[in-house]
Design a protein around this ligand. Structure first.
Ligand SMILES: Nc1ncnc2c1ncn2[C@@H]1O[C@H](COP(=O)(O)OP(=O)(O)O)[C@@H](O)[C@H]1O
Ligand SMILES: [Mg+2]
Length: 282
């Protein structure tokens, strides 16, 4: 296996019960060091299940998942969570301590850092997710979006090299969503972070993804860059998805152009498309 490949998946079949129907089948892909990979698919398609398999939480399936070349089922939980952390879709599945500080401190304490280092890590992680002011709050007094941010802080405080994020922006307001995506991009630049993120929110994908995997009908239907997967609205409809809004807006313009301009998918790409294709009005 190439050394830069951190995660390799070759899943043949997974079902929740022994005699049950498959939930996922024939999914193969690799994630390289530093790569940002988005698993995109309609609700119920199996994104959460796939992330839990990658994190080693489900063990009964046909196929293999490798973390740095080692089959994940051969690794102890500690060996997995030193390298990789999963942000659960539902924060209540993840949070268990009474206060925000205690919850975020759990991971670094478990990694045997000194209490001084734990405090430093917790405060840094809470300020990255804009929750430092809530450090002594009871978890039960937080909103859904605040709980999601505390969960993310818990992962950041551990300093994982690989993050698995399950619908991380669900329940965040637009400003927090933007800040959160910027935070991920900053971490990507700074720390050779490797990321696998599940979402059904197409608009955020082009901002963040190097590679997009579309799950449909229990399997991996399409894989490519955002430009490659977001090209045909009819095809996306078949997967119960759609183009990102910016792409929808520009699709008709680009479709009729002979020079096959790339379809703008982000606000910045939209702005430069307008600059290059329309004479300024003023
Ligand atoms: N614990 C479970 N037991 C049985 N079936 C489940 C369980 N969790 C999820 N499923 C089923 O597996 C399928 C995939 O679910 P999930 O991975 O949560 O999809 P997604 O995250 O894409 O919305 C769905 O049909 C769901 O009903
Ligand atoms: Mg899910």
């Amino acid at each position: 296996m190439e050394t830069s490949v951190r995660i390799k998946i070759n899943l043949k079949n997974f079902s929740y019960s022994l005699e049950g129907k498959p939930v996922l089948k024939n999914i193969s892909f690799e994630v390289k060091k530093g790569e940002f990979c988005v698993i995109l698919g309609a609700s119920g398609v199996g994104k959460t299940t796939l992330l839990k398999i990658i994190d080693g939480l489900f063990k009964r399936y046909e196929g293999e998942v490798y973390l740095d070349g080692v089959e994940i089922r051969k690794l102890k939980p500690k060996e997995i969570y030193r390298k990789m952390g999963l942000l659960f879709q539902n924060p209540d599945e993840q949070l268990f301590a009474t206060t925000v500080f205690e919850d975020v401190a759990f991971g670094p304490r478990n990694m045997n850092f000194s209490e001084e280092e734990v405090k430093k890590r917790v405060e840094k992680a809470l300020s990255l997710v804009e929750m430092l002011d809530y450090k002594d709050f009871l978890i039960s007094h937080l909103s859904y979006g605040q709980k999601k941010r505390v969960c993310l802080a818990g992962l950041l405080a551990m300093g994982h090299e690989i993050l698995l994020l399950d619908e991380p922006t669900q329940g965040l307001d637009p400003v927090l969503e933007k800040n959160f995506l910027n935070l991920l991009l900053k971490l990507k630049k700074e720390k050779t972070l490797t990321l696998i993120m599940a979402t059904h929110q197409v608009d955020i994908v082009p901002y963040i993804a190097d590679k997009v995997l579309i799950l449909h009908n229990k399997t991996l239907t399409k894989i490519g860059t955002p430009q490659e997967v977001f090209s045909d609205p009819k095809e996306l409809e078949n997967y119960s998805l759609k183009l990102p809004s910016i792409g929808e807006l520009f699709f008709e313009f680009v479709k009729h152009k002979s020079d096959k301009n790339k379809l703008p998918l982000t606000v910045e790409e939209g702005k430069s498309f307008l600059k290059n294709n329309f004479r300024p009005i003023f």
